[in-house]
Design a protein around this ligand. Structure first.
Ligand code: SF4
Length: 484
């Protein structure tokens, strides 16, 4: 019988992509995924360090695993992700039964790590960063999938004062455009139809890689001047255009990306959102996640963000001019040190002005090891929580209006699977399916058709909306099985 593995993932899409890679590596060793942790011979916690709470969660799970390791037997247990990268050998002190710790740069060493543990080595530690500035890899997809995460760069050189990522993911380095395009062409040949290009700051993609093919645009600009990689280096708009124009990627339907920093969000990237007739990138999804973090310039300065609210608003206005249907989401932190009531009002005003489709908002908590953790955490927790609730309610009203504006429209969606949240009304047979539109809105629809819609593109007519999702009726495929 094949041995089984179980991976518990915390955190961002980078960690989700890393879990996918670990799963593919383990399946190459003949292992199968376990539905339940108790059935696995290898258990990996892919931990997130971005907030202290998330880090604690990952480590506290370890406590519950101890009983599986009675008498030194039981599954092989490892900790990875940013928690492994940051906490390294201290994790062995906190959980002496832990078999291995690995980091964000050593995922590909997983087969070797397991081999060493199986051969009796104890407390295997693999957390070194690859010191080379080159970054070369091949995307591994676990099972047949229509969607794939493609790492195009890693690391971050921005050093925002509250963020631990530059310490857990290292300095920025990028794959070459030709390598990424070849990788995506291979994924498309295997059935992938949507790729999400991943990096901590994709706007810095290409820094240090010579633009040997003289691709355009050669330089990137925004209102503050030249941004991103220099003339003579590769850059992100070049990559989008290279994927879009490669005949091997003709069957690719969507290109998404995350995440970006407003400082070097460029005019040339905005141009990629235009319609193909106006020189845009035809497969680029009309969706942008651009973290702004606060609506107050004073707070942004304390956060070390090096961008201004006025330029952010200008960028979003320009983007909506070029692509009126674009959906925009953002990250916001409330209660950062020194944030006044007026600063918070400015954040509410920014949401009103930009009309985000969705936000990911958090109450600030200091992350040890960051510069902000040395600032006085002077906004009381009660105030932070009040502001967070107020912000979320404010945003919900905006989102409800924006989502409701889609009612009556026909939209294409990629079905991701059966809805876990929505149930079929009593007495009906069939299933509720869920997926996303090109503009990244969640749509649920009901179908009596017994076929598995997962991984298929279908057209739905939007019949209802909340501030979180849309309700659709299937237009193509239901009666005939003719799925687009
Ligand atoms: S841009 Fe700032 S918040 Fe984003 S990963 Fe880099 S340091 Fe962290």
């Amino acid at each position: 019988m094949n041995p089984k593995f179980f991976i518990k993932t915390f955190g961002c899409q980078m960690n989700v992509a890393d879990t996918e890679r670990m799963s593919a590596l383990l399946s190459e060793l003949g292992m199968l995924p376990a539905d339940h942790l108790e059935d696995a011979q290898v258990i990996i916690i892919n931990g997130c360090s971005v907030r202290e709470k998330a880090s604690h969660k990952a480590v506290s799970i370890l406590g519950g695993l101890q009983e599986l390791k009675q008498d030194g037997r039981g599954p092989i247990i490892g900790m990875g992700g940013c928690v492994g990268q940051l906490d390294k050998e201290t994790l062995f002190k906190r959980a002496p039964f832990l078999d291995f710790v690995f980091g964000t740069d050593t995922i590909d060493n997983l087969p070797e790590i397991l081999h060493r543990v199986k051969n009796g080595e104890r407390r295997v530690l693999f957390t070194d960063f690859d010191p080379s500035m080159d970054y070369s890899t091949e995307t591994k997809v676990f099972g047949a999938k229509a969607q794939a995460f493609v790492n195009i760069m890693k690391g971050c050189d921005k050093y925002c004062t509250y963020c631990i990522v530059p310490y857990t993911r290292g300095r920025e380095k990028s794959r070459t455009i030709s390598e990424v395009v070849d990788d995506i062409a291979r994924l498309v040949a295997s059935g992938v139809r949507e790729v999400t290009l991943l990096g901590q700051n994709v706007n810095s993609f290409g820094k240090g890689n010579p633009n040997a093919s003289a691709r355009e645009p050669r330089e990137l600009h925004n209102v503050i001047g030249k941004v991103g990689p220099k003339d003579g280096e590769e850059n992100f708009p070049q990559l989008l255009r290279a994927i879009d124009s490669d005949s091997r990627c003709a069957e690719l339907k969507r290109i998404r990306f995350t995440s970006s920093h407003p400082l070097d969000f460029s005019e040339e990237l905005i141009d990629c959102y235009a319609s193909p007739e106006r020189g845009g990138v035809s497969r680029l999804s009309p969706n942008l996640h651009l973290p702004v973090q606060s609506g107050s310039n004073a707070v942004l300065q304390k956060m070390g963000r090096h961008h201004k609210i006025e330029t952010y608003v200008e960028q979003m206005d320009r983007l909506r001019q070029v692509c009126p249907d674009v959906s925009i989401s953002s990250d916001l932190i409330v209660g950062f040190p020194t944030e006044t009531a007026q600063d918070f009002e400015d954040t509410l005003a920014l949401c009103e002005r930009v009309q985000f489709d969705s936000i990911y908002a958090f109450a600030y908590s200091p992350r040890p090891g960051t510069r902000a953790s040395k600032m006085q955490d002077d906004v009381p927790n009660t105030v932070k929580n009040e502001r967070l609730n107020q912000l979320l309610q404010h945003q919900m009203k905006i989102a409800e209006k924006r989502y409701a504006s889609r009612i009556g429209k026909e939209m294409e969606m990629l079905v991701e699977g059966e809805s876990k949240n929505q149930k079929v009304a009593g007495g009906k047979s069939g299933k509720v399916w869920t997926g996303r539109t090109g503009c990244n809105r969640v749509v649920n629809f009901f179908s009596e058709n017994p076929m598995d819609f997962t991984g298929r593109f279908v057209n739905v007519k939007i019949v209802a909306a909340s501030g979180l999702s849309l309700q659709g009726e299937l237009v193509t495929g239901d009666a005939t099985g003719d799925i687009k």
